[in-house]
Design a protein around this ligand. Structure first.
Ligand code: UDP
Ligand code: MG
Length: 330
């Protein structure tokens, strides 16, 4: 029998877990010849999230828990869950029912038809505010222009991956985990399933604009070096312009005598060039900082507790000694 793993990162989602489980279990049970597990990854919740998953596990052993030692962010939590998954296919999902569970049946059908990746594609963003969908659109077009990799607009983490596609994804061990990019980089035979994204079923969003902005920066810097290289061209253009300007000033002085006033234009040029240099330094800093973080080779997440996991959370991300130590310090 084939086995499906559902991976659900959760952060303070005590209200949403019950409703989510009800819907998803109902859907999966209707699919023929399919064994399943539902892995909740508790990303350092401070509410009753873990306890609710424990209780659910007692009633249905197919429901499992990986509890991280603190909040590592959704991308890291997702990675933990994907590594713990033992299924022939895995589906990462949000717990807030914005990824409709009913779609999973369709995903499985297409996977059985031979696709390795089946992703959900939002056809409308009616549940998002105008500012959010506008900035998302801007991000996708900028990303696709700057990076040689193409990410489909309006495709999130909600997708099905076959075991080979999953193994490939897990080989990308960067600390800076921009999942949309990682999923796209891996490739494989893929197909999209359009759906409309409903509003959150319970609780509130865990992402504010500052988090989203940093997320966008991570995405761009992980998958493009254009922002680094562009300064060569900016510099060249400025050099050519300043050369022409110099020639003009020399000629003017020779022909019409010395022209003393010029404080305003001098200030404008000095400030402008200073600003451009600071911006380019800042961008080099962005990349350097990321390089620094990568070079430390820290684990992507640490596990504090596991319940009912069949798959193996790979070393060194769950060194037993570390999880034991974290547990002891509880
Ligand atoms: N989430 C998480 N860690 C975080 C932030 C979010 O595990 O640091 C989970 C959250 O519990 C939810 C999913 O990621 O299951 C998506 O979050 P949310 O619905 O708040 O994002 P939005 O849909 O508003 O983009
Ligand atoms: Mg959501």
């Amino acid at each position: 029998m084939q086995r499906l793993s559902i991976v659900v990162p959760v952060l303070n989602e005590e209200e949403a877990i019950g409703i989510f489980l009800q819907r998803i279990v109902q859907v999966i049970r209707k699919i023929e010849d399919l064994d399943y597990e539902i892995i909740f990854v508790d990303d350092g919740s401070s509410d009753d999230t873990s306890r609710i998953v424990h209780k659910a596990h007692a009633e249905n052993p197919a429901i499992c828990l990986v509890r991280l030692s603190r909040n590592f962010g959704k991308e890291a939590a997702l990675t933990a869950g994907l590594e713990a998954a033992s299924g022939d296919a895995v589906v990462p999902m949000d717990v807030d029912l914005q990824d409709p569970p009913e779609l999973v049946a369709e995903f499985v059908r297409l996977w059985r038809d031979g696709y390795d990746v089946v992703y959900g594609q939002r056809i409308d963003r009616a549940s998002d505010t105008g500012a959010k969908s506008g900035s998302a659109g801007l991000f996708y077009s900028l990303f696709n222009r700057l990076s040689s990799l193409r990410i489909e607009p309006n495709v999130g983490d909600f997708r099905l991956m076959s075991r080979p596609a999953l193994e490939a994804t897990l080989q990308l061990r960067e600390r800076n985990r921009f999942m949309k990019g990682i999923f796209a980089w891996v490739g494989f035979r893929s197909i999209g399933v359009p759906y409309s994204r409903p509003a959150r079923a319970a609780g509130t969003t865990k992402f504010n604009y500052w988090k989203l902005w940093n997320f966008a920066l991570d995405g761009l810097t992980s998958f493009s070096t254009v922002p680094l290289r562009v300064w060569t061209y900016v510099g060249s253009v400025v050099a050519v312009i300043s050369l022409l300007y110099t020639v003009m000033i020399v000629l003017q002085t020779l022909l019409f005598g010395r022209d003393v006033p010029g404080y305003a234009s001098l200030m404008a040029v000095v400030l402008m060039l200073g600003a451009v240099q600071l911006i380019s330094l800042g961008i080099i800093g962005e990349y350097l900082g990321r390089l620094y973080i990568e070079s430390k080779q820290r684990p992507i997440y640490l596990v504090r507790e596991q319940v009912g996991i069949h798959g193996q959370v790979q070393a060194p991300h769950s060194l037993p000694a570390i999880s034991a130590a974290v547990k002891a310090g509880e």
